[in-house]
Design a protein around this ligand. Structure first.
Ligand SMILES: Cc1cc2nc3c(=O)[nH]c(=O)nc-3n(C[C@H](O)[C@H](O)[C@H](O)COP(=O)(O)OP(=O)(O)OC[C@H]3O[C@@H](n4cnc5c(N)ncnc54)[C@H](O)[C@@H]3O)c2cc1C
Length: 491
């Protein structure tokens, strides 16, 4: 990567400063539109906020509470797209809102139905009201005293740093040059004051470079304002940094496969307790900050707040001694009006073009990184006077997509040799469109063992639905249709 940087004499079409979700998303978008793009990250990819999130690919039930319908719709659409493009990294997670008051079941039950409807064809699992027994079955560690039941809904979960690394690989495969440990130290300007590139240094060797570019993009999250000041010393700040903390506990604190969602904490936020990599993470907080750093530290008050909020919901109260790890991240929120609390500041992104042509993208969330990138590259095309080429990332597969080894290697039936990956392959490469296509002609399951084939049908339908992007209900119809056909193959 450094050699490419050193050998380059022509201006890059775009230089992106910042290797978090925002910057890497832009590199993937720009490279897949066949632009020559260079991405610079001062530390490691994802060192900033993008490895420190709650790890949810979500529409944001909280934003629904706040009435921010357009943000929720956008995020729900992107959630569905990410599941399609990176099924090896995104999984469906059931959340339960435990109810201790009489009004909670109808209130949250209706709210979650609205969330389901808004997701439309990109819906994950369906929401439903749960009895006390069903709630305990899902959350064996839930505090039972006063428990009236729960409301279950679904959202996506992912590994943020892993997705970032896979995005870096995708950007590279699409032709981007992405360099970690390369810091942007200043901007290059021409005689008229226009931004014409970036001055940077290799953080391992100290070597300095001047990289010319048609357009420069500032995607540095919490550090946005420091790069804006490289452009113009007295640039007005656009970021209101706010810290969020999570604690990690032993899995024993939250057995079962579901997460707890607390819809209203004492400071008016939501709080989650989630199973993640066989541990439990609980968070988060929202503390306005003055200064930003690459290694933010949790404040004692934030840890106390998380423990206090978790206590009433768990059979065993977690204490400081139970905390296995605590991590803090800085939300790069758009600066809001003085009186607005950070919990209410919009999570939508904004794009600003300075007088010198520096593009700054700020705000947003992990879930919407793709959409943010599309918007930003559209702006960069105008600012850099580049050829207008359409975005292709809505269906661009993210590196690792095909290597969904565990899921794809799974045998579909003991009596037949077929594996899940073959169903996906048949849809992708052999034009299989229905369960019957796969079971009867791409594989020969129907002809070999009709009874076993009928038993395989639901799994085949689900694999095809995910691969072909089918709406809810499609799998049931497919299975029914196939069963009718397969009945004719039984003696
Ligand atoms: C506690 C918390 C929980 C969250 N949970 C969720 C969630 O569950 N779901 C969700 O969708 N979103 C969530 N978010 C939001 C999401 O994590 C962020 O919106 C996203 O990660 C921001 O990415 P970014 O690329 O803008 O910033 P960052 O990831 O911080 O990336 C910016 C990068 O720029 C680099 N940089 C800075 N200056 C320079 C320079 N001069 N030269 C080169 N590089 C530079 C930094 O090193 C850094 O790596 C959460 C945020 C927080 C804080």
């Amino acid at each position: 990567m450094i050699d490419r940087l050193r050998d380059r004499t022509e201006p890059w079409d775009m230089i992106v400063i910042g290797g978090g979700a925002t910057g890497m998303g832009i590199a993937v978008d720009a490279a897949s539109r066949r632009f020559d793009v260079l991405l610079l990250e001062q530390s490691d990819f994802g060192k900033g906020t993008s490895s420190r999130s709650t790890k949810l690919v979500h529409g944001g039930v909280r934003y629904l509470q706040q009435g921010n319908i357009s943000l929720v719709m956008e995020a729900l659409r992107e959630r569905g797209r990410l599941l399609q493009n990176a099924p090896h990294l995104v999984s469906d997670l059931e959340f339960v809102v435990p109810n201790y008051e009489w009004w909670e079941a109808p209130f949250y039950g209706v709210g979650m139905k609205v969330y389901d409807v808004m997701a439309g064809r990109y819906r994950f699992g369906r929401s439903k009201n749960l009895s006390v027994e069903e709630t305990i079955e899902r959350l064996p560690n839930i505090e039972r005293e006063g428990l009236r039941g729960g409301v279950s809904y679904h959202d996506g979960q992912f590994d943020d740093a892993r997705l970032l690394v896979n995005l870096a690989q995708t950007a590279f495969e699409q032709g981007a040059t992405v360099v970690n440990y390369a810091r942007a130290d200043g901007l290059l300007k021409d005689g008229a004051g226009f931004t014409t590139g970036v001055r940077l240094s290799d953080q391992e060797t100290g070597e300095e470079f001047e990289a010319p570019a048609k357009v420069v993009i500032n995607a540095t999250g919490p550090f946005t304002d420091s790069v804006r000041r490289m452009d113009c010393e007295d640039a007005a700040p656009v970021i209101q940094p706010s810290q969020g903390v999570h604690i990690t506990l032993d899995r024993a604190f939250l057995a079962g496969e579901s997460a707890i969602m607390v819809p209203r904490t004492s400071d008016g936020r939501v709080m989650f307790a989630l199973p993640w990599h066989d541990h439990v993470i609980v968070g988060t907080t929202d503390t306005p900050l003055e200064d930003v750093s690459l290694e933010p530290r949790a404040l004692p008050d934030e840890i106390d707040f998380i423990l206090e909020t978790a206590e009433p919901y768990l059979v065993k109260d977690p204490t400081r001694e139970d905390i296995l790890s605590v991590f803090a991240g800085i939300r790069p929120l758009k600066r809001a009006a003085e009186e607005e609390s950070t919990a209410r500041i919009s999570r939508e992104h904004s794009i600003d073009v300075s007088a010198s042509g520096l593009i700054t993208i700020a705000g947003g969330k992990w879930t919407t990184y793709r959409n943010m990138a599309e918007d930003c590259v559209d702006h960069a095309i105008t600012v850099g006077d580049l050829e207008d080429r359409p975005c292709v990332t809505k269906s661009l597969r993210i590196h690792g997509h095909l290597r969904d080894a565990e899921r794809f290697e799974q045998r579909l039936h003991d009596a037949l040799p077929y594996r899940a990956g073959e169903v996906v392959w048949s849809a992708r490469s052999e034009m299989a469109r229905t369960v019957d296509d796969y079971l009867s002609r791409r594989s020969r399951a129907t002809f070999l063992n009709a009874r076993a084939a009928i038993e395989m049908a639901p799994a085949v339908a689900q694999l095809l639905a995910a691969e072909l992007g089918r709406a809810d209900g499609w799998t049931e119809i497919q299975v029914k249709d196939y069963e009718e056909i397969a009945q004719g193959f039984l003696p």
